[in-house]
Design a protein around this ligand. Structure first.
Ligand code: SAH
Ligand code: SF4
Ligand code: F3S
Length: 455
């Protein structure tokens, strides 16, 4: 799953609704795409109660941080941000400050004890309670705390308040039951539960009517999707692809244990399903994979990759890798580098192992010294960079169809689009608009981006 700090998603301030309560909410989102999708649900819940979203923190009555716990540095970032919010709260004591998401779930006690100015602490399954909790804070000054995890909540009936644009996410399931030994997600997000296929298809159709051009189906582990009618993820992907044939469909994230041949077949059968798989390997050593409880061997993993390459020619592949898991030695590291070399990923998200309290791995000694972890991580990053360039260079001279998504970050005169294999391509604006599909000839590349001309 794509990871980065996602600054306040650019959203046009909404028009005041009839039942506006005159209050403004500002939200910052950290962590994964699920969190971004959740922020759209949060804004929708608050919108129903009359809150209007603002992009100006200084303009807001309610400041929310939707947080991530996956690694220590993700949490440290929020703690730093909280120091800033403390000052805002000092200047404007009436501003309501809330911590939502995975850190609210995991660190509620610390937040209650050490961050007294935080008014609101709400976990991922309790967002429906936000309006009542906020009203109560305003009336009584009592803190609002709601951190129960649910076995059934999917926010199925809520229409997320989506930013303007041509791409959209649909959360198809919540939670994770995999319990990889390093990971906090099963603790912060609770048990797996899936939305019904019919409701997801309906949502995709609605998005199509609104002019959306690309949909990403989201879950921590979409391959364990199963609805009450026993539809699995391939069934879902097929149903969505058929219902909105003009829309590109992506999904994230797959766990190799559950990735079926049926899914690869489905991907190969429908033109509008993007030919791209993010398949986290985590380590190239069977010994470490076992300690991580990943439930597959390197051989099995490479088997899936081989099938995908064979059945979906030109498929885009990416992965997640952790360097320095407990007891990892130089031989394990070499095996990880070998897998990277064998698969030839187009891209990778690479992390140094970060011990998380309450996980099984936390009880194992964090015995790889920080310097060694960083050196191994650098080796992995460097190798992957070389491979990314090599993979991208193969495309020079070829013509690719891209869907234009946004203005280039570096210059207003250029637009960014992506190929269905998920490569970013920069082209001159030359009269095109966001949402257009254009054919482009790839002229030059670096490890992250392709540069094209119009043909
Ligand atoms: N459900 C997704 C991943 C969610 S976490 C999946 O299984 O692919 C995203 C990535 O963060 C993981 O794939 C892993 O590479 C990394 N990660 C998770 N916990 C970590 C930890 N404790 N230390 C370092 N990296 C971690
Ligand atoms: Fe975490 Fe593993 Fe679940 Fe992914 S599959 S969210 S890494 S426990
Ligand atoms: Fe996502 Fe971070 Fe939570 S990765 S699920 S926001 S711990």
């Amino acid at each position: 799953m794509k990871f980065e700090i996602l600054n306040n998603p650019v959203q046009k301030p909404k028009v005041l609704t009839k039942n506006s309560n005159g209050k403004k909410v500002y939200i910052e989102t950290y962590g994964c795409q699920m969190n971004l999708s959740d922020s759209e649900i949060i804004i929708s819940v608050l919108g129903e109660s009359g809150y209007e979203e603002t992009e100006q923190i200084s303009d807001s009555d309610l400041i929310l941080l939707n947080t991530c716990s996956v690694r220590d540095n993700a949490e440290q970032r929020i703690f730093n941000r909280l120091e800033h919010l403390k000052n805002i709260k000092k200047r404007n004591p009436d501003t309501v400050v809330g911590i939502l998401g995975c850190m609210a779930e995991r660190l509620r006690n610390k937040l209650i004890d050490e961050y007294k100015f935080v008014d609101l602490i709400v976990g991922p399954d309790e967002y429906r309670k936000l309006p009542d909790l906020i009203d109560n804070i305003i009336e009584t000054g009592e803190k609002g705390i709601a951190v129960k995890l649910s076995k059934v909540e999917t926010y199925d009936d809520l229409i997320p308040s989506r930013k303007d644009g041509i791409t959209a996410w649909i959360s198809v399931m919540r939670g994770c039951d995999k319990f990889c030994t390093f990971c906090v997600v099963p603790f912060t997000r609770g048990r797996e539960r899936s939305r019904e296929l019919t409701s997801i298809v309906r949502e995709a159709e609605e998005l199509s009517k609104k002019g959306i051009k690309e949909i990403t189906l989201l879950g921590q582990n979409v391959n364990s999707y199963i609805d009450i009618e026993k539809n699995d993820f391939s069934d879902l992907l097929k149903a969505v692809a058929k219902a909105v044939p003009e829309i590109r469909i992506r999904y994230s994230t797959s766990h190799p244990y559950d990735l079926s041949l049926k899914l690869i077949e489905t991907m190969s059968e429908y033109d509008n399903i993007c030919k791209y798989i993010h398949l986290p390997v985590q380590s190239g050593s069977d010994r470490i994979l076992k300690l991580m409880n990943r439930l597959y061997t390197v051989e099995k993993y490479l088997g899936i990759i081989e099938k995908a390459k064979e059945m979906i020619p030109g498929v885009g592949l990416s992965t997640d890798i952790i360097a320095g898991f407990p007891s990892e030695n130089e031989d394990d590291q070499k095996k990880t580098l070998d897998v990277i070399e064998k698969v030839e990923y187009d891209g990778a998200y690479m992390f140094a192992y970060s011990p998380r309290e309450n996980t099984k791995a936390y009880k194992m000694a964090d015995d790889v010294p920080g310097k060694v972890k960083q050196r191994r991580l650098s080796e992995i990053i460097e190798l992957q960079r070389k491979i990314s360039i090599k993979q991208n260079k193969k495309l020079i001279g070829f013509t690719k169809e891209i869907l234009l998504e946004s203005v280039s970050k570096k210059s207003e005169d250029f637009l960014m689009g992506r190929t269905d294999c998920n490569k970013s391509v920069i082209i001159p604006k030359s009269g095109f608009n966001i949402g257009d599909k254009v054919l482009t000839k790839i002229e030059r590349v670096n490890s992250a981006t392709l540069f094209g001309t119009i043909i």
